[in-house]
Design a protein around this ligand. Structure first.
Ligand code: PLP
Length: 370
């Protein structure tokens, strides 16, 4: 029987290995890992694999995913990675243990809702350290904390920061020291207990490996390094991790020898782009039954010697060089974060979980059915 295409194959053993290895590496420096599952659509099988690897908290930017994780009764603390929208406060208090915050109006709304639900909601205050996405300006933090302290049913569980997401600002030794000393000053001013001093994401790997002093940082939020085995400042592979826990599989639906240059007077294509073509004579062109509607095509890397010529909503056109593909043949691509994210969240892409060993598969089956 043929397996469905397009599909993304997810090797849970490789993810487990990456998660355990990173947990140990960061653990040696006194840093706990929060597993960020937004890039994999908060897949429950993957979330479970992370928890089995010893990761105790999971984070996502979408409250719908936090709700799904909460309802699956995973043994993990659930964190909303993005400051809540005022329109989702009720669900945030109901399903998230912790949310990241930067706006007083939002914290006030969380407090009022937490009173209503007879709960304490925990918050991590994000500090703006220069990357210019989310964050409270450092000079505004003391007043923000004073106001928050007056609100019932809200507890400050930590201070966090984020790098390399918008401005591409690198978490250097100097930046990280500045963050820690800022946290220290806030901590002594307000005598706060801070279970989460959350210093960043997969971009913090080089800092963590090379620094002599991790300061007050005791938490890092990791997605890409766990799933794709890389740090994100230079995009380099982390030693001893699998870079190929995910692969994207598409199927050939047409394969013919055709010219390399379109014939006729040309305008814009279906995506408003005007492409130029080099005349390479007649080439072997394979069409795959998948396109931009299913996956971020620019994030796919085909196996050698294939080359992606282009794509439309439902087609990818490959130059297969000397390899004569036939309809029904499968092509396996490696994925970057964007391709992984798009495939994992697309309803058109089948998710196939694979295991390296039969023993691991059995163990995992007994866990899911238990
Ligand atoms: C997405 C995200 C992360 C995880 O980033 P990776 O590069 O995948 O490790 C961490 N923190 C925040 C606030 C995020 O939005």
């Amino acid at each position: 029987m043929r397996t469905v295409t397009p599909r993304i194959e997810i090797n849970l053993d490789k993810i487990r290995h990456n998660a355990k290895t990173l947990k140990d590496l960061y653990g040696k420096k006194g840093i706990q890992i929060t597993g960020v599952v937004k890039g994999v659509g908060a897949s429950l099988k993957i979330a479970e694999a992370l928890v089995e690897s010893g990761i105790k908290s999971l984070a996502d930017s979408k409250i719908a995913n936090i709700k799904k994780l909460k309802q699956s009764n995973l043994n993990a603390i659930l964190m909303l990675l993005r400051t809540p929208a005022l329109s989702e406060i009720e669900e945030v208090v109901r399903f998230a243990d912790i949310s990241m915050n930067t706006e007083l109006d939002v914290v006030r709304a969380l407090s009022a809702e937490a009173v209503k639900q007879r709960k304490t909601h925990q918050i991590i205050l994000m500090a703006e350290m220069g990357d210019l996405r989310e964050g409270i300006l450092l000079k505004d933090m003391p007043a923000f904390i004073e106001e928050t302290a007056k609100l019932p049913n809200i507890r400050i569980a930590g201070i966090g920061t984020n790098f390399a997401c918008f401005g591409g600002v690198i978490p250097t030794e100097q930046k990280m020291r500045a963050f820690s000393s800022f946290v220290k000053s806030i901590q002594s001013q307000f005598s706060l207990l801070l279970p989460y001093v959350s210093g960043g994401n997969s971009a913090n790997y080089n800092w963590m490996m090379h620094t002599q002093d991790t300061g007050l940082v005791n938490n890092i939020r990791l997605g890409e390094s766990i799933f794709l085995g890389r740090e994100t400042v230079g995009g380099t592979l982390i030693p001893n991790l699998y870079p190929d826990a995910f692969c994207f599989v598409a199927e050939v639906v047409e394969s013919k020898v055709k010219p390399s240059v379109p014939a006729g007077s040309r305008g814009r294509n279906a995506f408003g782009e005007t492409l130029s073509f080099k005349d390479r004579g007649e080439i072997r062109r394979a069409i795959l039954g998948v396109g931009r509607q299913d996956v971020l095509v620019s994030g796919l890397t085909p196996p050698k010697p294939f080359e992606i010529l282009g794509s439309s909503s439902d087609h990818i056109i490959l130059d297969t060089k000397k390899v004569p593909l036939r309809p029904g043949d499968e092509v396996k691509f490696s994925v970057d974060y964007g391709a992984m994210l798009s495939a994992m969240t697309s309803p058109y892409v089948y998710k196939k979980y694979v295991y390296t060993s039969a023993k691991a598969q059995k163990a995992s089956l007994s866990i899911t059915t238990a």
